[in-house]
Design a protein around this ligand. Structure first.
Ligand SMILES: [Zn+2]
Length: 577
């Protein structure tokens, strides 16, 4: 009996020691510290070595030269995405530390993945769901550890920096793909094709009672059945689950005016952001934003519970979500028009309960001016308006195909990385269609994310013919990822490749004329072209300033002559309509 007791005690002790082996730096510091890059990767390597249901993958590279890791839990011990999809498994993808100063998801994911593999009760929620975690997205940012850059954040003791190794904000990089991180991510995304994706952050801004706020995708971005499921089932289910855990969530606190009392707004977010990017591919995507003023420990626990709730929903609704995703791809493929840009309808809103703190104006001890003070001794719950209805701002008809001239191999590469089928036509053929001419656009005065980003693009369509040359590429629009295609190839889309400067070279005129020589040519042109002469004379009559300006007159003739280069301001991707 004594021997048995001894064996039992040794067993218990070894189990405790074993569990101790998998304690995270977060737990060992009682919620004061976040795992370093080395600690995090070592932790996942250990889980991979110990448990057959966990595998740690490395993919591609990041700007800092290290790969992107992906830790995967698969109850079947099957780690082949294609085979998992064929078996009907759902995929839940987590992005952590894309802003490395906001590490809550890093530690929450380590604990959740461990708990799922170690606790039978939790394992049940991953029977049909594959749980995939990117432990550190901005590896360069994570390695740039400090204790100061998050000036208002309540822990952990030290953390990474918002910019990556090259100072890019990687949550603006999903379309332009300047970073190796983004190029590697899109590979992971299209390989695993997540049904739900979460990107874990910590927010700045106003003070209020919530630990967790969320940026859910704008339902207008989803196909009708998915939007219906999202609004009627997914969102209420998620909010209820968190409420039951005493972790009631608010929408991300973007205020109409200076304080939450003025109402919240769900701002339009284009596809440069992780969740909108994923939504383009019909993934249910969200950004978790814990509140910076709450202690790191509770923030991380809330992130853990949010991911657990999402896993529960996916395990329950996986079949439905997968079916809706499939239908969404079919729906968009059949559409004739596409929305490139959205605006908030500022007349429509719903009233929501908001748990805030009274915002008071008190004299500042630093500046002597009035400052906002959120009075924690005066918590309130009140109804406030939430503006979350979006309507189309720019809608474009789908062409039959786009022709990409052979010199734009870089554009083709980016499309192919995003699972777009780009083809080459065998025989020489001439197509009828249109070119866009860029009539107007705005450009930021200072670089934004390494770019002089354009916006408010105005185009003019001009009918033309395109004689396909050997080496030109064709993008047929009858394909599942058409939403993405339109959003990057149509210059008016806010995150088009045009706006991100991939075609700036067409905005520059290469040849000009010398006035004294062109005088004679201009005279000849007017004499030989009655229509041009008529328009020229009419313009002089109607516009006195023009009639007095010799340069403007020569310009007018030049720009209306064959001497003016046809490619100036011509967006080179041809639309076959
Ligand atoms: Zn962030």
């Amino acid at each position: 009996m004594r021997v048995l007791y001894f064996i039992f005690m040794v067993f218990c002790y070894s189990q405790i020691m074993f569990a101790q082996d998998f304690k995270t730096p977060f737990e060992l510091s009682n919620g004061l510290e976040t795992a370093t890059y080395e600690q995090g990767i070592a932790f996942y390597e250990k889980l991979d070595a110990q448990y057959e249901e966990i595998k740690l993958f490395t993919y591609g590279s990041t700007d800092i030269g290290k790969p992107l890791h992906l830790a995967v839990f698969s109850a079947d011990k099957d780690f082949d995405p294609k085979s998992l999809k064929a078996k009907g498994k759902s995929v839940f993808l987590v992005i952590n530390a894309i802003h490395a100063g906001e590490p809550d998801g890093v530690d929450a994911s380590m604990m959740l993945l461990r708990d799922i593999v170690q606790q039978e009760k939790l394992k049940k929620i991953c029977k049909n769901t594959v749980f995939a975690v990117i432990p550190f997205y901005s590896v360069g940012g994570v390695l740039n550890r400090n204790s100061y850059s998050r000036a208002n954040q309540n822990g952990p003791k030290s953390y990474g920096f918002r910019g990556n190794g090259k100072n890019y904000d990687l949550n603006r990089d999903f379309i332009k793909m300047d970073s190796e991180n983004a190029k590697t991510f899109v590979q992971i995304f299209h390989l695993w094709q997540p049904d739900i994706q979460i990107d874990n952050h910590v927010t700045n801004g106003a003070d209020y009672q919530y630990f967790m706020t969320n940026i859910l995708a704008n339902p207008a971005l989803y196909a009708p059945e998915m939007a219906d499921y999202f609004k009627k089932e997914f969102r209420p289910d998620l909010l209820n689950k968190m409420k039951k855990k005493n972790l009631e969530m608010s929408p991300y606190v973007e205020m109409r005016s200076n304080t939450p009392d003025s109402g919240l707004v769900q701002n339009v977010r284009s596809s440069r952001f992780s969740h909108t990017y994923a939504t383009q591919f019909n993934t249910i995507a969200m950004v978790a934003e814990t509140h910076m003023l709450k202690p790191f420990k509770q923030r991380t626990e809330a992130t853990y519970q949010l991911m657990l709730s999402l896993l529960e929903i996916l395990e329950k609704d996986g079949v439905k979500i997968q079916k809706n995703r499939k239908k969404s791809f079919e729906y968009f493929q059949k559409q004739k028009t596409y929305v490139l840009d959205w605006k908030i309808n500022d007349k429509k809103f719903e009233m929501i309960d908001f748990k805030g703190y009274a915002a008071e104006q008190i004299p500042s001890k630093v500046t002597g001016q009035l400052r906002t003070f959120y009075n924690k001794s005066k918590p309130y719950t009140k109804k406030i308006p939430y503006y979350n209805v979006h309507e189309a701002k720019t809608t474009i008809e789908k062409p039959k195909m786009y022709i990409i001239p052979k010199v734009y191999g870089n554009i083709v590469k980016m499309l192919e990385m995003n699972n777009v089928v780009v083809t080459r036509l065998e025989k020489a053929e001439t197509f009828k269609g249109v070119y866009y001419f860029i009539k107007d656009y705005k450009t930021v005065a200072k670089p934004f994310e390494g770019h002089y980003l354009h916006s408010d693009v105005v185009v003019e369509k001009k009918k033309a013919e395109y004689a396909l040359q050997e080496g030109d590429w064709v993008v047929l629009t009858n394909q599942p990822n058409i939403n993405f295609i339109m959003n990057v190839l149509e210059p008016q889309a806010p995150d088009s490749y045009f706006c991100w400067n991939y075609f700036d070279i067409i905005l520059q005129q290469k040849e000009y004329y010398s006035d004294y020589v062109f005088e004679d040519i201009a005279e000849k042109l007017l004499n030989e072209n009655a229509d041009l002469k008529k328009r020229f004379e009419a313009k002089k009559q109607q516009e006195p300033e023009f009639a007095k300006n010799a340069k403007a007159q020569l310009d007018f003739i030049y720009y209306n002559s064959p001497h003016y280069e046809p490619n100036h301001l011509r967006y080179p991707i041809f639309r076959v309509e």
